[in-house]
Write a protein that binds this ligand. Sequence first.
Ligand SMILES: [Zn+2]
Length: 151
Amino acid sequence: MFCHAPNPSNPDLSAVASAKVDPLVVHQGQLAYVILNLYPYNNGHLMVVPYRHESSLAGLTPEEMNEVGLLTQRCEVVLREAYKLEGINVGVNLGSAAGAGIEEHVHLHLVPRWNGDTNFMTVVGQTRVLPEDLRATAARLKPIFERLANA
Ligand SMILES: [Zn+2]
């Protein structure tokens, strides 16, 4: 999980991977990418993931941390444009005790919030039925990421 996403910084893999990019991937950076959570806590739930398989923040290089941070900023901008949201939870769960679903590969969550929606902590780890399906979410967000990447 997460290692199967394409890595454009590795030319050997990119040619193969570009032909079958995970449809949930909405943006590919140099060292990290952005993907929709297959089991979102809310509409627009994004994850920022370094390509390299690493379980801890401490194990990421400064360059990887920098790109994860910059992509987190980008995600905030994209989500604010795409949704009339009222807040965003941003966080990293390190280890299963902290609620990490995939604890061996570190990733950062951004969860859009609306006043009156279910409390974030009570829905962690559960699957809920959402009004927007993931294909619609991807179709909504990808063009905004593309436009900002080329700006
Ligand atoms: Zn991995």
